[in-house]
Design a protein around this ligand. Structure first.
Ligand SMILES: Cc1cc2nc3c(=O)[nH]c(=O)nc-3n(C[C@H](O)[C@H](O)[C@H](O)COP(=O)(O)OP(=O)(O)OC[C@H]3O[C@@H](n4cnc5c(N)ncnc54)[C@H](O)[C@@H]3O)c2cc1C
Length: 501
């Protein structure tokens, strides 16, 4: 470290992670910090990462980003959840929506009341009691000022990085174009002193943020932080991505369609569809995966299909010495629940909250790593749940997922729900009880018992209670405009005419 005060922040890499960090640091702490971002036009960004989750509102609010501007600049559509198709079994679908489930009481959440109703025939599927779930099915959407915002976005990743770059540069981020050739360490303490570019230019810094993608140029190649491999739980290790022209109106949800060796995504933007095939290379070749993807997309191809290799897992530390890894440099769970951009923003906000006023202290570093690890483990468990709890047995891949040993923390959660309908969320965990319940039920876990307090209600009272919630959601959703109609008025793309869609 060069000084006792953190003054110079150097961000290596200009993908989504790099520009999110640059925008946040320069806008929120820029008066006292010099923020420099180095990126190379010769090294492309990953070019995927287009589905988000509702926590992005926190980041946008911090940076005072107006939702309609951000959406119009990134050709965005709204996302209320993910439709999981063929995951539980072939031809069985469910939606994991971002809303809250019905209404509970002090002793028991809504699923306990729903379970009794479902067992005696007075309740329908759980999604009927979640506003966002019904809105997905009916393709309806509207934003109401002052109300909870349980929606996320589908965005164009390239345009998002450009949008953030404008913001960051406006607030003083200095962009340096060039390829980083070496990472120079202080021989006394092993901290990073500077980065030297291929053209000989050197950038010195006090705090380095590694956003160089999977290569982890600083955190791994220079600091040898180590990697915890999770591929025995999450064995998909490749994706093929391709964009197609939009032939059907954008729906307010992502589609995740399972196949014999993985799954495919469909991410609708205002002007195009993002498509991808995620698979396990042990069971499916790249050529076969490409053929499978191309035979299932509709609309003309906009670009060439591209194979992306990845390894699921996490760096052993996300903050090591004076280097913090963000985005793919810090590891990758897998894209099933669109959690990577969320993790980038969490790391940025945590880093800012734990930023020491003078030199870097180990206590701050340890706290940061502990919190990141906790949240990541929870996300990992949630994603493993989708693969493990399945009735599919039609391929080696699914038979492996079904029989593999899973983390104890996940097994405990499954047991709790299966036996007594209990689900929970602790502070610092990302996924709430409604998410766990929708996915556990959707994947086929039906709880055996509900909480005894539910039997305080008579049959007719319970039915009236359940019907009231369901009917009020149905009425409210019916009164909303169509998703695409709403976009046309609220945030039409700046680069295309929505009427062309
Ligand atoms: C198949 C797949 C699907 C995904 N889907 C989603 C999703 O739906 N939702 C979601 O939230 N996330 C998703 N992600 C993750 C998401 O794409 C990333 O978290 C996000 O794009 C951030 O990437 P990044 O900025 O870390 O890396 P990159 O985009 O790879 O950027 C790396 C940057 O580093 C620069 N760089 C590298 N080496 C050097 C060097 N030597 N010198 C100078 N510059 C250098 C490059 O020029 C580039 O600017 C997905 C990822 C994959 C692999």
């Amino acid at each position: 470290m060069n000084s006792d005060v953190i003054k110079n922040v150097v961000i290596a890499g200009g993908g989504t992670a790099g520009w999110m960090a640059a925008a946040a640091f320069s806008k929120l702490l820029g008066k006292n910090l010099n923020v420099t971002l180095i990126e190379s036009d010769l090294i492309p960004t990953i070019g995927v990462g287009e589905a988000t989750i509702p926590t992005l509102h926190i980041f946008n609010d911090l940076l005072k980003i107006r939702e309609a501007d951000f959406m119009a600049s990134t050709n965005a559509s709204f996302k209320l959840g993910i439709s999981f198709e063929n995951w539980r079994n072939i031809n069985q679908d469910y939606i994991h929506s971002f809303g809250f489930l019905g209404q509970g009481c002090w002793a028991a959440d809504f699923q306990h009341f729903w379970l009794r109703g479902f067992q005696n025939g007075s309740a329908s599927e759980i999604g009927d009691y979640v506003h966002e779930h019904v809105a997905c099915r009916k393709e309806k959407f509207a934003v109401f000022p002052g109300e909870d915002r349980n929606h996320a976005f589908h965005i164009d990743a390239g345009l998002y990085a450009r949008f953030l770059r404008n913001l960051a540069e406006q607030y003083g981020t200095r962009r340096v174009e060039g390829k980083i050739a070496s990472v120079n360490l202080d021989e006394n303490n092993g901290y990073i002193k500077s980065l030297t570019l291929e053209n000989g230019q050197t950038c010195e810094g006090d705090l380095f943020i590694d956003c160089t993608g999977f290569r982890g140029l600083l955190i791994e190649q220079a600091l040898h932080t180590g990697f915890e491999d999770w591929s025995h739980w999450l064995s998909c290790d490749r994706a093929i991505a391709v964009q197609t022209e939009q032939v059907t109106p954008a729906v307010p949800y992502t589609r995740s369609i399972a196949h014999q060796n993985g799954w495919q995504w469909r991410i609708p933007l205002q002007n195009r569809m993002g498509n991808g095939n995620v698979y396990c290379s042990k069971y499916l070749s790249d050529d076969a995966a490409k053929e499978q993807l191309l035979s299932s997309v509709s609309g003309k191809l906009i670009n060439e299909p591209r194979v992306i290799k990845f390894r699921t897992g996490t760096r052993r530390k996300h903050w090591n010495k004076n280097c913090v890894a963000l985005g793919l440099a810090s590891g990758f769970v897998e894209p099933l629940e669109s959690t990577s951009i969320h993790l980038i923003q969490q790391s940025i906000i945590r880093l800012m909250l734990l930023l020491p006023s003078k030199k870097i202290e180990q206590a701050n570093v340890d706290r940061f790593n502990e919190k990141m690890q906790f949240e990541l483990n929870n996300i990992r468990d949630f994603i493993v749940l989708h693969y493990h709890v399945t009735e599919r047995k039609d391929s080696e891949f699914w038979r492996y997922c079904k029989s593999m040993p899973i983390p104890e923390s996940l097994q405990a959660r499954i047991d709790l729900f299966k036996q007594n309908s209990q689900a929970y969320k602790t502070d610092e965990e990302l996924f709430g009880t409604a998410s766990w319940i929708q996915v556990m039920l959707g994947q086929g876990i039906m709880p055996e018992r509900y909480h005894p307090i539910v039997d305080m209600m008579g049959e007719a009272e319970l039915k009236a209670f359940l019907d009231k919630i369901k009917n009020s959601i149905a009425r409210r959703v019916d009164s909303l405009p169509n998703h695409l109609e709403f976009i046309k008025n609220y945030c039409p793309s700046k680069s295309i005419k929505v009427s062309e869609v």
